[in-house]
Design a protein around this ligand. Structure first.
Ligand code: ADP
Ligand code: MG
Length: 679
């Protein structure tokens, strides 16, 4: 999942070392086999099949970014493959032949066009764009189309997005089929130029194409792995796991979905160039809907979200079609002749690849849903020593940058004025005003359904307000997007814990830093020193924040949070919020579901944060926690603030008692300590 250093945390160092040593060796062996294969077996047909398999592996890697990493179901992926293919096909063939003129001369010097004698006399232009320029160019063109298509549609979710992409995948081949002047229609482009390297044309020899295809796959594997373990990949996976939490942690969802779409499209566009150059022709039916489905089947078979899985799935299914099925067909036919069965003797398995793919898919879903090479490794249980290791609490070293110091304690951090939120006829908040002073801890209490969580949602931009104003450090934040609000320094947790379940504790906390990091796509892939430093600092900071909870989380950095205990998931969520270096922390019932000892421990830790200068707004049912922590308490009832003051004042307030008594006499008797509600 993550780099070896992170995976190694909490495991025996020896085992991690062995893992780290084994991987490069396996990759080197794989590369050696790939490079030497055509030397050892220079059979054109076999090498050609392998080149095709590599081309599908490249396509699968691109789709894996969209579907596997980001969780956007794309059923029209082959359209981007087509766009890249046709871009090269049109710019290196005789398809377009405008009349020659002085305009073309500079382009001739660049080697992009040549004068050519036309059919009806006169000279025409022959496009001769180099294959090597076409590779990146087609990637850019396809990425551009991906952006143009994605911008209006990526707001759609799940099924709707799938249907729109399906439509797009249908439209592109239809356009190519009918725009004859540009594409020669159904008959397809002819005479697409072969690549030329150092003066030698690839011609129709399969071997050089094979090397180009595996070089492309190697680069795309490298890029995929680098992206996965970067700020970008983490943002993609966060979107896949929980869009709302991703937004609340500062991920600009629209932008990162578009980026995933464009990156996947770029992979497909470049691959299209290799595919067409090898065939030297392009017809629209090479890019029809079944191709998109086949690529999807390949990544499902290999393991959704798994880079090596996508490659293995694509190679195996493609070779199944071109190598093993014909052999198997021959075997079945021979058996048929032996048994005298005419039906068996005439079976042609290569005609039923779709049926066979379907069967494979069903079997995989039944018995191995995670695919051949799963994206997530099962976790070893913690050893006794790891669970009981003494970890220094990190308060001493923790410097929540900018928390203390830049604003005098006591000046207002957050001012909510007359905020109203209505859901249809229901006023969840009715002209609510609260003040949170810098460096203070303010608690919000109230019966279930009184609007406490809605107050957090409106402050963090999750629900729109119908009126009012929210100022944070003097700036109006009402109307900003959730990720913009996080960037300004407000981080939150959710009442019903919203973590990224298949990501590890460390990855979750790293996502929390998203807004504080700046690694770009380029930086993620090529990791210049700046990116390395940034990533190292992010790791250090994550570990520091996690150390606040002593040895609760520290030994579990490499574990997926989905498998943690309830209390540890709450702690991880708080750590993730703190990782964003907030100035104001919103905690929605942080101790819900914790036992008394854990509650006490957490209250202690929150007090520690306060002493560091962090401002906290807290929703809490347990009154002893409120009394211990809060300077000021606001009481919400039916969406209105019915009282506020110190904990002692509020507890004596008659309106408050009535609000609780009216709804829940027992809770009032127990000191306004209601049970946990669910939002
Ligand atoms: P609390 O956190 O105090 O228990 P909430 O803020 O979750 O209360 O809910 C306040 C009221 O608003 C409830 O009646 C709830 O049903 C309603 N509500 C909350 N969110 C929504 C929503 N997204 N759509 C419709 N009604 C909502
Ligand atoms: Mg609530």
């Amino acid at each position: 999942m993550s780099d070896n250093a992170t995976a190694a945390v909490g495991r025996r160092p020896l085992a991690a070392l062995a893992e780290g040593r084994g991987k490069p060796a396996a990759i080197a062996l794989l590369a050696a086999v790939a490079v030497l294969y055509p030397v050892a077996f220079p059979n054109q047909a076999n090498v050609d099949s392998l080149a095709n398999a590599a081309i599908y592996a490249a396509l699968a890697l691109g789709l894996n970014i969209v579907v596997g990493f980001t969780g956007l179901l794309d059923l029209g992926y082959a359209a981007f493959f087509a766009i890249g293919a046709y871009a090269y096909g049109i710019l290196n063939s005789f398809q377009l032949h405008p009349a020659w003129g002085p305009f073309w001369v500079p382009l001739q010097h660049l080697g992009l066009v040549m004068p050519f004698p036309g059919n009806s006399g006169g000279t025409v232009v022959h496009f001769t764009l180099s294959f090597w320029i076409a590779l990146p160019l087609a990637a850019v063109i396809s990425a551009g189309c991906g952006m143009a298509f994605g911008a209006p549609t990526l707001r759609l979710r799940g099924d709707y997005l799938a249907i729109v992409t399906l439509g797009f995948g249908e439209i592109v081949p239809i356009v190519f089929r009918n725009w004859s002047s540009l594409t020669n229609g159904a008959a397809g482009l002819n005479g697409v130029g072969a690549p030329v390297l150092l003066g030698h044309s690839f011609g129709v020899n399969a071997i050089p194409y094979y090397y180009v295809a595996i070089a492309l796959v190697a680069f795309l594997i490298f890029a995929s792995l680098r992206l996965r373990d970067s700020r970008i990949g983490r943002a993609w996976m966060a979107i896949r796991e929980d869009e709302i939490a991703a937004g609340a942690m500062g991920v600009n969802r629209t932008r990162f979905k578009l980026l995933a779409f464009a990156t996947g499209a770029a992979f497909a566009g470049a691959t299209g160039v290799v595919f067409i150059a090898k065939l030297q022709t392009a017809t629209p039916d090479m890019f029809d809907f079944p191709v998109s489905v086949m690529i999807l089947v390949m990544i499902v078979f290999g393991g959704i979200g798994s880079v090596w899985g996508a490659v293995a799935g694509a190679m195996i299914l493609q070779l199944l079609q071109s190598w093993w099925l014909p052999d198997l067909s021959g075997l079945v036919d021979g058996l048929g002749r032996l048994l005298g069965s005419r039906w068996l003797a005439s079976v042609d398995l290569t005609q039923s690849t779709e049926l066979i793919f379907g069967i494979i898919l069903v079997v995989m879903m039944l018995y191995r849903r995670q695919g051949l090479i799963p994206a997530h490794r099962p976790q070893a249980a913690l050893s006794f020593e790891a669970q009981h290791a003494v970890v220094q609490r990190g308060f001493g070293e923790l410097r929540l940058s900018g928390l203390a110091g830049d604003v005098a304690a006591g000046t207002p951090a957050l001012q909510v004025r007359g905020v109203t939120v209505a859901f249809g006829g229901l006023k969840a908040l009715d002209a609510v005003s609260i003040d949170v002073p810098s460096g203070g801890v303010v608690a919000v209490i109230g019966p279930n359904g009184s609007g406490k969580s809605t107050l957090f949602n409106v402050i963090t931009g999750l629900v729109p307000a119908n009126g009012g104003s929210i100022r944070f450090r003097g700036e109006e934040i009402l109307g900003l997007h959730d990720h913009q609000i996080l960037a300004r320094g407000i981080a939150r947790t959710f009442q019903n814990i919203r973590l990224f379940p298949t990501l590890t504790v460390l990855q979750n906390v790293l996502v929390g830093q998203h807004a504080r990091l700046s690694t770009s796509l380029f930086g993620a892939v090529f990791r210049p020193p700046r990116t390395r430093r940034e990533e190292q600092a992010a790791l250090d900071w994550a570990r520091e924040v996690i150390a606040i909870f002593g040895n609760r989380l520290a030994p579990r950095l490499g574990q997926a949070v989905g498998g943690l205990s309830y209390a540890n998931r709450r702690r991880t969520e708080i750590a993730r919020a703190l990782a964003s270096r907030p100035k104001l922390l919103l905690l929605d019932e942080p101790t819900a579901g914790m036992n008394p000892a854990e509650t006490l421990e957490l209250a202690e830790q929150i007090r520690g944060l306060k002493s560091l200068g962090l401002t906290v707004l807290l929703i809490e049912h347990k009154l002893d926690v409120v009394t211990q922590l809060a300077d000021t308490v606001y009481v919400l009832d039916h969406g209105e603030i019915i009282a506020h003051g110190t904990p002692a004042e509020v507890r004596r307030n008659e309106d408050v008692l009535r609000a609780y008594l009216g709804r829940n006499a027992q809770a009032a008797a127990a000191g306004i300590a209601g049970g946990g509600d669910a939002t």
